[in-house]
Design a protein around this ligand. Structure first.
Ligand code: ARG
Length: 401
């Protein structure tokens, strides 16, 4: 009888390589590996594909997810100015749902009843994979080998690998746990687990140290259409090209490093270092344009929703009715977000120094203190009297007591 099939989210690293053999031996399944290209800096993906076959996978696929990642996921994050806990631009949280979509598609294509991932039981990614998979197809069953197997340390895992014919890494493992894609890099663990330790320069690959950044400021203009960044210095480009371009400019100027204590969904506080040079600059510019183009009440309401959007996506609820409903609101707000923002980068800083838009709600004649002033100053007295009335009533009653 043919064996049942499992789709494994494969990265080529030790954990997911051991997963292949473990799924074959402990679960008696045929393993189909899916690796995603989300713009990570990783090893050659063709080698990753071959490695899975060598270990025993019956099929091994590398899917180029980069355009889709930009056009269906990162665009929404830009519209939402997505920063978890007001700091983290969600690079890992945003890549999981695009990978999940490909895993579920593969399960359907190959008639697999199981999907497996290599996440530990302590992080957010297991939640993102599993909730996402169930949202797309609740009939699929999920296997999380790393949560199930009894291999406590990396050495035990290497011994198991060696005994079962899984290639053991020959190069010394980086002391950090790293996740990266075209939206940025996350670095955690090792020396960074002591929150008092300053991140060392060698953890960063996308950003220069501000100390080594150019001594001259660099000006960059980003053009937006309906909230989407579409040009850099007047040159039109796809979102994918634009993100790469902004990673380069911003990273070269040492902008976009984040060092934070973060609240994971599973209840643990963790110390995380990120570098998201392009993401941070694009969100800064997008926010500045919204300040100019969104009517006040809409802007204020959206600011509150942005916090919930980021938390919802961080918590693995990309595919959820709440997230879809928030996207609909946010999409409506983006209609007038058209124009150009001028940024100035200088040694680890990025400032908005200019903005222009045909949809600007900034009205010079209302704002100016010069002769051109058209604001009705006398209307303010009555306005303040009524606006302040509740406070005045409250204060007079309190005085009575
Ligand atoms: N803490 C971040 C998140 O949950 C990043 C996780 C990155 N994963 C890693 N293996 N370093 O989104």
């Amino acid at each position: 009888m043919a064996k049942e099939k499992v789709i494994l989210a494969y990265s080529g690293g030790l954990d997911t390589s051991v997963c292949i053999k473990w799924l074959m031996e402990s679960k008696d399944l045929d393993v189909i590996c899916v690796a995603g290209d989300v713009g990570q800096d990783a090893a050659n993906l063709e080698e990753v594909r071959q490695k899975a076959l060598k270990i025993g996978a019956i099929e091994s696929i590398v899917a180029d997810m980069r355009e889709e990642f930009c056009d269906d996921f990162l665009d929404k994050a830009i519209y939402a100015n997505a920063l978890y806990e007001n700091k983290y631009p969600l690079l890992s949280a945003l890549s999981r749902p695009v990978i999940v979509k490909h895993l579920v598609d593969a399960a359907h294509k190959y008639g697999a009843h199981y999907i497996a991932h290599g996440c530990t039981g302590k992080g957010n990614d297991q939640v993102r994979f599993e909730v996402g998979i169930r949202a797309l197809d609740p009939s699929l069953e999920i296997i999380a080998p790393v949560r199930e197997w009894d291999l406590k340390t990396r050495n035990e895992e290497m011994d198991w690998a060696a005994a079962h014919g899984v290639p053991v890494p020959t190069t010394k493992k980086s002391p950090y746990s790293i996740d990266d894609n075209l939206w940025g890099r996350a670095i955690e663990c090792g020396y960074l687990e002591d929150p008092w330790n300053e991140p060392q320069e060698d953890i960063y690959t996308m950003t220069k140290s501000p100390l080594d950044a150019p001594d001259e400021p660099e000006y960059v203009e980003i053009g937006f259409e309906h909230g989407k960044p579409v040009s850099v210095n007047g040159e039109k480009m796809t979102l994918h090209q634009l993100i790469l371009k902004m990673n380069e400019i911003s990273g070269n100027n040492g902008y976009g490093r984040i060092d934070m204590i973060e609240n994971r969904l599973v209840g643990v506080k963790s110390r995380e270092c990120y570098e998201q040079p392009g993401a941070m600059a694009i969100i800064l510019a997008h926010k500045a344009l919204e300040d100019m183009c969104l009517e006040r009440e809409t802007l204020h309401y959206k600011l509150k929703m942005e916090h919930d959007w980021a938390t919802t996506v961080y918590n693995g609820l990309w595919y959820s009715p709440l997230k879809n409903a928030m996207d609909a609101f946010i999409a409506y707000t983006q209609q007038p977000v058209n124009g150009t923002i001028r940024l100035r980068f200088y040694k680890g800083n990025c400032d908005v120094v200019g903005r222009k838009s045909d949809d600007s709600l900034y009205d010079y004649s209302l704002a100016t203190y010069d002769a051109a002033d058209s604001f009705n100053h006398t209307a303010s007295a009555g306005f303040i009297e009524l606006f302040g009335l509740p406070t005045k009533v409250w204060a007079s009653k309190r005085r009575d007591k």
